[in-house]
Design a protein around this ligand. Structure first.
Ligand code: MD6
Ligand code: FE
Length: 209
């Protein structure tokens, strides 16, 4: 469990994004995975379609007032219910605790996007720009297998840097890096024992409105 009021300086900065290595320990990671199982039970994973109509390799769902969604007809957006029509479940408290610890001055997040990477899944370079207020950060939490995170600048096609994100690591896209292009090139399948059968979960917390 993250203690209330816990703060810590980031361990390093990559492409303008601060990274906190092992921000929470194995017991807290397992607690978070349990809470996420309840989220997935209420809001099952689905594979959104890109704007171009291709299914994404990453399984997704959300918690909070809004969930992120995409399909061929309307593209990338937030919707206030799961595609089944069910309301999104609330953002679990241990996840909110991470947000408040690394972004104490930010507004409360109203979406936690849950990305699940099985063997071979990846996420192409993109910007997170479907939110209304870019003064608010996006905070990412990694769980399970290591993922190779790549980050560039705010223009597509510029130079990029890469870093492996491991279970318990936290990264923030904020300030000059808020609109940086970023993605996940590959997963080191089986590098963590946190998830049965391997895989990686990434949570991104956002303020949408
Ligand atoms: C991932 N992360 O780590 C994908 N977005 O699986 C993201 O797309 C991301 O790490 C916004 C802020 C931080 C991120
Ligand atoms: Fe992103």
């Amino acid at each position: 469990m993250i203690a209330k009021g816990q703060t810590r300086a980031p361990d390093f900065v990559v492409g303008g994004a601060p990274v906190w290595k092992a921000f929470f320990d194995a017991a807290a990671q397992a607690e978070m995975v349990e809470a996420l199982r309840r989220v997935v039970a209420a809001a099952p994973l689905f594979s959104p379609e890109t704007r171009w109509g291709k299914p994404m390799s990453v399984g997704m769902t959300s918690a909070g007032r809004y969930g992120w969604y995409s399909d061929r007809s309307k593209g990338y957006r937030y919707i206030d219910r799961h595609p089944s029509g069910a309301p999104w479940p609330p953002i679990p408290d241990p996840v909110l605790a991470v947000w408040h610890a690394v972004a104490p001055d930010a507004r409360a997040p109203d979406c936690c996007l849950v990305n699940v990477y099985r063997a071979g899944a990846k996420m192409g370079l993109h910007q997170d720009r479907d939110e209304a207020d870019f003064s608010q950060p996006v905070i990412s939490i990694s769980l399970g297998d290591e993922g190779l995170f790549r980050i560039g600048g705010t223009l597509r096609g510029g130079p990029t840097q890469s870093v492996w994100l491991a279970s318990g690591d936290v990264l923030a896209l904020r300030e000059e890096a808020r609109l940086a292009f970023h993605g996940i090139d590959r997963i080191r399948h089986g590098s963590s024992a946190l998830l049965k059968g391997g895989g990686r979960i990434n949570l991104t917390l956002r303020v949408v409105d």
